[in-house]
Write a protein that binds this ligand. Structure first.
Ligand SMILES: [Zn+2]
Length: 247
C-alpha cells in the first residue's frame, strides 16, 4: 500500500487521538465510584429488605396486642357483670352464690394472666418500633451515601464525556483528510493490536512493540520509497517514518 508521507504522519496524530479516546473510555469504566456504588447499592437493598421485615413484624405485633387487649376487655366485662349480679342480691341460692363467686375468682385470675400477656406483647412492640426506627435511619443514611456517590460518578461522567466530545471533533477533522484505504488498514490493525494501529519509527525502534531493529532491517526500511506504507515485522503495525526517525 502507498500513502503520502504527510498522510502517514497524520495517522500518528489520529493514533494519539484514538489512544486519548480509549483512555477516556477506560477512565469512564474504571471510576472508583463504580465499586463504591455497587457496594452501597447492595447494602441499601439488604437494608430495605430488613426495613420491610421489621415493619411487618411491627404490624403483626400491633395486631397481636389489639387481640390480647380485646381478650382482657372481654374477661373484665364478664367479671363486672357477675359482680353486678352478686351485688344485686337477686341470687339467693347458696349453691348459685358459691358458683358465681367461684367464677368471679377464676375470671380475676384469667384477667391477670391476660394482662401479663398484654405487657409482654407491649414490650415486644416497643422493641419492634425501636428496630423500625433504627433501620429507617440507617436506610436514610444509606440513601444519602448512595446519592452522593452517584452524584460524584455523574459529575465524572459529564467531565469525561465533554472532553471526549472535544477529542472526537478533532478526530473527525484529522480522519477526513486521510485516504480511505489507509484508514481501513489502520482500523483493522487497531482492532487486532490492542488499539494501536500505527506506530512511529523512532531511534531504531517500533514504538508500537518496542522492538529494536538491526542495522540490516533499518537499511531495508530506509530503502523503501517514502510513500510506501511500511509495516513492523514484529507487530505488523503501520510503521511511520518521520523526520526524527533516524532513517
Ligand atoms: Zn512493532
Amino acid at each position: 500500500m502507498n500513502a503520502a508521507p504527510a498522510d502517514q504522519i497524520r495517522l500518528l496524530d489520529l493514533q494519539a487521538i484514538d489512544s486519548k479516546l480509549d483512555q477516556l473510555a477506560h477512565r469512564r469504566r474504571s471510576l472508583p465510584e463504580h465499586a463504591e456504588i455497587d457496594k452501597v447499592t447492595a447494602d441499601h437493598t439488604a437494608l430495605k429488605d430488613l426495613v420491610v421485615a421489621a415493619q411487618a413484624q411491627h404490624g403483626d405485633t400491633t395486631r397481636e396486642l389489639t387481640k390480647a387487649e380485646q381478650d382482657v376487655e372481654q374477661v373484665r366485662t364478664r367479671a363486672a357483670r357477675n359482680q353486678q349480679r352478686l351485688d344485686s342480691g337477686a341470687i339467693t341460692s347458696p349453691k348459685d352464690l358459691e358458683n358465681l363467686q367461684h367464677e368471679i375468682g377464676s375470671l380475676a385470675k384469667r384477667q391477670g394472666d391476660l394482662e401479663d400477656v398484654v405487657l409482654e406483647i407491649m414490650e415486644r412492640l416497643e422493641s419492634a418500633q425501636t428496630r423500625v426506627t433504627e433501620l429507617g435511619a440507617r436506610l436514610e443514611h444509606s440513601t444519602v451515601v448512595l446519592n452522593e456517590a452517584e452524584g460524584r460518578r455523574d459529575a465524572a461522567y459529564a467531565e469525561i464525556d465533554a472532553e471526549a466530545e472535544k477529542v472526537k471533533r478533532d478526530r473527525e477533522a484529522v480522519a477526513a483528510v486521510i485516504p480511505a484505504d489507509l484508514m481501513k488498514l489502520y482500523g483493522k490493525l487497531r482492532e487486532t493490536q490492542g488499539g494501536v494501529g500505527a506506530a512511529r519509527l523512532y531511534q531504531r525502534r517500533c514504538e508500537g512493540c518496542r522492538t529494536e531493529f538491526s542495522i540490516t532491517e533499518l537499511n531495508s526500511i530506509k530503502a523503501e520509497p517514502a510513500d510506501k506504507v511500511v509495516r513492523c515485522e514484529n507487530c505488523s503495525r503501520i510503521l511511520v517514518r518521520t523526520a526524527d526517525s533516524g532513517v
